[in-house]
Design a protein. Sequence first.
Length: 453
Amino acid sequence: MKTSAVILAAGYGTRMKSDLPKVMHPLLGRPMIDWALRAVEPLIAALPVVVVGYGQELVRSFVGERALYAEQQELLGTGHAVLQALPQLDAVDTVLVTYADMPLLTSATLHKLLALYAAHQHDPALALAMLTFTRDNPQGFGRIVRGANGEVSAIVEEVDCTPAQLQIRELNPGVYCFNAAWLRRNLPAVPKSAKGEYYLTDLVAMAVKQGRSIVTADAPLDDVYGVNNRLHLAEAEAILRRRVAERHMLAGVTIIDPATTYIEDTVEIGADTTLWPGCVLRGATVIGRHCTIGPYSQIVDSVLADGCRAVYSVLEQARMDAHAEIGPFGRLRKGAHLGEGVHMGNFGEVKDSYLGPGVKMGHFSYIGNAEVGANVNIGAGTITCNYDGVHKSKTVIGDNAFIGSDTMLVAPITVGEGARTGAGAVVTHDVPAHTTVYGVPARLRTDAARAAE
Ligand code: UD1
Ligand code: CA
């Protein structure tokens, strides 16, 4: 079987009431079109063909070289959309078609459809295989009409349904696997609907009239969720979040309240880690084992080793080595790296800096462009004055130094190993190892100074 796929993504998404094309709306951090592509990609060797139209610049720039494109200049319906892709499907014998606004479809379900098609492939009359599903609330979906013999006879769009057809609960998710030769012959003959569109779904009645066979398989309810407005978007997102949370829970992560925990599916979490309510974990974040995250923390593109704690804190492109802790109300910005066992308490901010093992930074501090040695104590209110309005400058603090409360370290500056700064010092010159400076501007506390005190 030589298979390719067509993903329909040209529609306006009118009901989204948005400037953004519908398929670019994100779910769990990825645009809907990305979910559609990832479902299809593992199943086909060829590049899928994405049919683009409304907002196509955005769609193309996101999808890039993961797909071929067919442009639908006038949005004349799903049948017309697939027609635009036909010229790029010359070399295949089987065509999978999905809609980009069905972001919950999994590869497993698509695989089931392809397997069904393959199992009936020997039947020369086979026109297509398709998924159907049954739901109490049929609103918004095409109805699957079956004849007295139980065979599918047509898909009728909701707007065209008779009152009796409106009662049908077997529905069309919009996922089909076509015999490519049959599709090429028949798609151009799809009639124009009353609405002036060419419905892909009309191919079903056409196949039946020709005595062709159609096979169907059940799709799981969670897979077949069409997103047409922002209510649907939120509901689809909740299903995706639950899927991701379930995977982590079954792998040994405690999630106290999955409903208020947002974990993108790129995130890795070690066993025996506990997520308290209100956590947002995004991007390339990796969290080790035995960590405690939250309540209420946002961690983006960050790596936390085993045994870390982050409480009411915000981390972005940061690293924490084993048993480091932050919060409540801490912030790690790009390039912040806390060494093993670092303790960062409330209202601390670190950016582009390394804090060595055992550093204590309990309260109200800003450390930027700094390298801080092991076991340094950073007193409350310490600030690295790293920016003069034009340049960023570096602060270096040696091991075991003691930075007194409210010290201003005016960079570039080096504080030597074991050195101390007095409370309120404004340090403008390097501090030699094992000495003490104090005052504004800070000066060395010599023996004479000590005697005079
Ligand atoms: C469609 C199906 C319906 C099914 C439902 C499942 C048809 C005629 N109807 O209805 O049976 O139950 O999906 O969600 O197929 N698109 C284009 N070009 C167009 C029109 C649409 O690319 O000219 C794309 C849209 O971007 C979207 C998809 O096709 O991704 C479906 O279009 P939409 O208008 O949402 O169809 P539904 O009314 O939901
Ligand atoms: Ca739809």
